[in-house]
Design a protein around this ligand. Structure first.
Ligand code: NAP
Ligand code: MG
Length: 402
């Protein structure tokens, strides 16, 4: 069989622990036998980040800007225990944080639907994708405890020294106060990423805030979305046969529960944090979830939503058998290969990505799965496979499908 040829390299960001083990197995069994892989490889494993003073993370993000598509393995975000474990020079920052700051994007997460892993909400027939704004609000807030009665004001001092202020509250007891912000360019890029992703995936887009209560803050989000939609996207949405609609966040939550799924739900930072955990657990598992960072300039970074599965890795190091679910990491690869195929007009690459995804799903639906899924499936005849044999079972299905 002739291997599929690529034109432009994929930016490949290797990672840590169990997902690094899966990464190699996926490449060896599911990618390299079928594709003449062109990739620019960056080793984001913690040892190499430490050795390069984290330069490798920055370089991988710049390479993503240059080539347009990256696939990333889960990586350790060091804490004090990791600094000791890996003898680190510094407590390096989260690679996802670094990459996001450079690419300026929105993270889209969607559940992977298979028969036998049913959502708790029985009318959900198609995936619901969360688009989470990843900047500002309560995540960049300043807070204060107010110890006793007194007045709190918000004061804005312009560059020319002129000021404007607003009363927050006249406290007649002890209390608490919080000041948060967001930036128009960040909200604009969030909106554009959402509109582009909706067009890309041909799904209707919902956006919701609490603008009736927050008449300046949340209302600005609503206005920016509406202005950009009317000016740049309305016609394209009409052509694609999809809609954009805005509603109040409480209305959105009620509608989501009654919906059949199959749309994108854009959320402010906090809403996205909370709602994506609700959706992922209601749909099944973090290991059955795709995750892609989309920048407003049209750069894509595909990853798994879960971490490096440390507990399984330590079992693996002790020579014990593991049954780690590789689906999210496989779908990171297929997402990136498909996007590369679309950008470079390589239909065989798109077709391969489709078939690898379909083979992964049908392998699970035939009853062959990892332990995490076996615990929640409604299928009666189930074979629990170890990490390696699950990937080999997918290869068997794939070879049959190609
Ligand atoms: P984790 O890797 O997501 O795993 C937490 C637990 O979830 C596992 O112990 C396992 O449960 C289950 N699980 C997660 N993924 C699974 C899979 N693919 N197959 C089967 N079970 C899976 O989180 P963590 O162990 O708390 O974090 C480990 C490291 O990951 C940390 O250093 C953190 O910084 C990093 N992290 C990276 C990313 C990223 O790069 N995207 C995201 C989050 C965390 P059982 O043990 O019960 O089987
Ligand atoms: Mg969270």
């Amino acid at each position: 069989m002739n291997k599929i040829q690529m034109k432009t390299p994929l930016v490949e960001m290797d990672g840590d622990e169990m997902t690094r083990i899966l990464w190699k197995m996926i490449k060896d069994e599911l990618i390299l036998p079928f594709i003449d892989l062109k990739s620019e490889y960056y080793d984001l494993g913690l040892e190499n980040r430490n050795e390069t003073d984290d330069k490798v993370t920055f370089d991988s993000a710049y390479a993503t800007e240059k080539y347009g598509v990256a696939v990333k393995c889960a990586t350790i975000t060091p804490n004090a225990a990791r600094v000791a474990e890996y003898n680190l020079k510094e407590m390096w920052k989260s690679p996802n944080g670094t990459i996001r700051a450079i690419l300026d994007g929105t993270v889209f997460r969607a559940p992977i639907i298979v028969k036998g892993i049913e959502p708790c909400v029985k009318n959900w027939k198609a995936p619901i994708t969360i688009a989470r704004h990843a900047y500002g609000d309560v995540y960049k807030a300043s807070e204060m405890k107010i110890p006793r009665p007194g007045k709190v004001e918000l004061v804005y001092t312009a560059e020319d020294g002129s000021t404007d202020s607003v009363l927050v509250h006249e406290f007649d007891s002890a209390g608490i106060v919080q000041g948060m912000h967001n930036l128009e360019p960040s909200i604009e890029s969030f909106a554009k990423s959402c509109f582009n992703y909706a067009l890309d995936t041909k799904q209707t887009l919902w956006f919701a805030t609490k603008d009736t209560i927050s008449k300046k803050y949340d209302h600005t989000f609503k206005d920016i979305f509406n202005e950009i939609f009317e000016a740049e996207y309305k016609e394209k949405f009409d052509e694609a046969g999809i809609d954009y609609f805005y509603t109040l966040i409480d209305d959105a939550v009620a509608r989501v529960m009654k919906s059949e799924g199959g749309f994108i739900w854009a959320c402010k930072n906090y809403d996205g944090d909370v709602m994506s955990d609700m959706l992922s657990s209601a749909f099944g598992s973090l290991a059955m979830m795709t995750s892609v960072l989309v920048s407003p300039s049209g750069v894509y970074e595909y990853e798994a939503a879960h971490g490096t599965v440390q507990r399984h890795y330590y079992k693996h190091l002790k020579g014990e058998e593991t049954s780690t679910n590789s689906v999210a990491t496989i779908f990171a690869w297929t997402g990136a290969l498909r996007k590369r195929g679309e950008l470079d007009k390589i239909p065989e690459l798109i077709d391969f990505a489709d078939k690898l995804e379909a083979s992964t799903i049908s392998t699970i639906e035939s009853g062959k799965m990892t332990k995490d899924l076996a615990l929640i499936t409604s299928l009666k005849k189930v074979t629990v496979l170890n990490s390696e044999n699950f990937i080999k079972a997918i290869r068997e299905t794939l070879e049959h499908n190609l």
